[in-house]
Write a protein that binds this ligand. Structure first.
Ligand code: FE2
Ligand code: FE2
Length: 227
């Protein structure tokens, strides 16, 4: 895996992972905060050496890891990430149960819909989200300070090095892959539409900065098509 570093905000950084020959990027987010940094998605275990090298000395300030659901790109490297570091892993009930079964007994904290992580500046609200992997109890996170939604596999796009403004086809493809039937996601869609989201930071593909409510409506099937 090769990573490139992209500034999302003044203290939020996207590490975009690219595997040669694969038309899908793997995004990890670094949220720097005076009270300790947050890593969102660890990437796979195989990718960790490259990601750790890209993160560099920042890792000394790591205090929290957010695992939106139990899948290799979201938490495959978790054992290597927590090893020897004073880190708390925040995961929904199903992912937390799996992680404790993999031996992370003390580091994992179960987080439920509506709970918050309030740091010195950033304030992440966790939002319960059906997951395409386990069809229940996934989590995504909205930072009220930066108004960024860390949407995990929602609102992401298939495609290679997707750039802003070229997301529609890739998003349609991702939606078909992860959410064949939108009905269980209506509540999540309504919740997201109630938030003042300025930026969507997905687990795959490009950062979304404009027409967020339109993108949410289309993605969740509230309007029929992407344009
Ligand atoms: Fe996933
Ligand atoms: Fe993912």
């Amino acid at each position: 895996m090769r990573y490139r570093e992209i500034a999302v905000d003044e203290d939020i950084t996207l590490f975009e992972g690219h595997e040669p020959g694969r038309a899908l990027t793997f995004n990890t987010y670094w949220v720097a905060d005076p009270q300790g940094a947050v890593l969102i998605h660890t990437g796979s275990r195989a990718a960790w050496p490259a990601l750790a090298s890209a993160l560099g000395s920042r890792l000394e300030s790591l205090r929290y890891v957010v695992v939106p659901h139990f899948e290799a790109d979201e938490c495959g490297a978790i054992g290597l990430v927590v090893d020897g570091r004073p880190v708390t892993v925040l995961a929904g009930p199903i992912a937390a149960r799996q992680l404790t079964g993999f031996g992370l007994l003390e580091q994992v904290r179960t987080v439920r819909d509506g709970e918050w992580l309030s740091l010195g500046h950033h304030r992440l609200e966790f939002i319960g989200a059906p997951s395409e992997v386990h069809l229940g109890m996934g989590l995504i996170a909205y930072d009220h300070a930066s108004r960024i939604l860390f949407s995990s596999d929602f609102l992401g796009q298939m495609g290679l090095w997707a750039e802003e403004g070229e997301v529609s086809a890739g998003m349609e493809e991702m939606r078909e892959h992860t959410m064949p039937c939108p009905d269980p996601f209506r509540g999540l869609a309504a919740r997201l539409l109630s938030l003042d989201i300025q930026v969507v930071a997905p687990g795959h593909g490009s950062i979304l900065r404009g027409r967020i409510r339109d993108q949410i409506r289309r993605y969740f099937g509230l309007t029929p098509r992407f344009d």
